[in-house]
Design a protein around this ligand. Sequence first.
Ligand code: ADP
Ligand code: MG
Length: 471
Amino acid sequence: MAFRPTIGLEIHAELRTKTKMFCNSKNDPDETRPNVNVCPICLAHPGTLPVVNREAVRHILRIGTAIGGSIADYTEFDRKSYFYPDIPKGYQISQYEHPLVSGGTLAGVAVTRVHLEEDTARSSHEGGKSVVDFNRAGVPLMELVTEPVIHDAETAGKFARELQLLLRTLGAGNANLEKGEMRIEANISVSRDDRFGTKVEVKNLNSFRSVERAIAFEVARQSACIDAGGTVVQETRGWDETKQETFAQRLKEGSADYRYFPEPDIPKFILSEIPEFSHETLEASLPELPWERRSRYAAAYGLKEADVAYVAAAGDRAAFFDAVAGALGENPDLVRLAANYLITDLGGIYAKQESERWDALDAEAFAKLIRMTAAGDLSSRGAKDTLAILVEQGGDPESIATEHGLIQVNDPEALGKVVETVIAQEPSAVAEYRTGKEAALQYLLGKAMKESRGAGNPQQFRELLAEKLKR
Ligand code: ADP
Ligand code: MG
């Protein structure tokens, strides 16, 4: 019998706040000079006291509200003790028994908890030296833990992508994986029955793809290990991006090793006593959430699931699409046509440029191009060419198409003249067609398109040719 994988995720994300979690130092993920956003508190000087950042708490509570989790009434912070140069206090302030949020669901996966803690400093090891940058020390950090209810790599990847989109939608964080603003750990086990197998934790997953690949790798490794009569060791493993495999790092600490205890320097909170953290206030503060947006697109425009997912996958992309839909009077047929061009053509152009610049394109102009296409003033070829110029230079699609001879000619008289010219120039193809060679018509159509410099309506050309060459 095959092994059944079980996966639970632990995801950390830096929160977007003006200042750090427990002090007034600036929280600036883009600061490149080391050790400038620091103060005695985040440098852990003795005698300093932490003060909780209200904005950070609010981010976590809004995330919890969005996923339908329950907001703690009583909450407290705890000290998680461990020694490492990037944690100068000798402990990290985190939450243990009383997280801000418990439960909830995201992308169909049950969430255990969402809590708040502080990020560590960043240490690096270069040329035989180890250096520590404290800019990141004390930056507010979300930790979200899922239940072990995921059974395939794809669902794990989907969950992580949806969380990134949610954090961005809520303005809670940039959640950029490459920059370490969002960090994913996957706990993976396999078993042949209902009981859980021994789990392995995999760290340094720097992309969604590596999350999926590391899971696939671990499932195969653990299954092979058990098949060979071995036992899986509970440990922490790293992901080697070059080799595309996991490697043993260290044996897993038990939570007892951390000596968690309530942080005595921070007061306990009764959240229900804080009006801005009431369920109603938090709920009312939420923007349209990713899954709400997707159902709106599907219901209002009849867009396919994959198309909805693409359009709604980024805030600026969705904002552009909304503006286009508005400019098209929310007409579902036009909006669907717009979605096609947005996904295939615009998406293609941006993919080639490796940067999406939705805010640089005028939604009204794009909508006009869609209307011209729907009206037959632009062929699909003409629309693509006009769009490419529009993206590069901006301007009015009608002027662009006129200037570049891309307006489609639909006038039967003008098209008829072109067809007659072609018939006169191509007697042998005409003869072939008349003796039953269908392919000759395609050839003549090509000639007509060329003669009209690509501007003739191909459908009408085809009809006119067939008509004039009637056998
Ligand atoms: P620990 O005490 O070792 O940190 P937890 O019970 O807190 O373990 O779970 C940590 C993470 O591991 C959670 O995301 C959880 O879903 C996941 N997890 C727990 N048991 C398993 C298992 N047998 N297989 C895969 N993931 C698991
Ligand atoms: Mg745990």
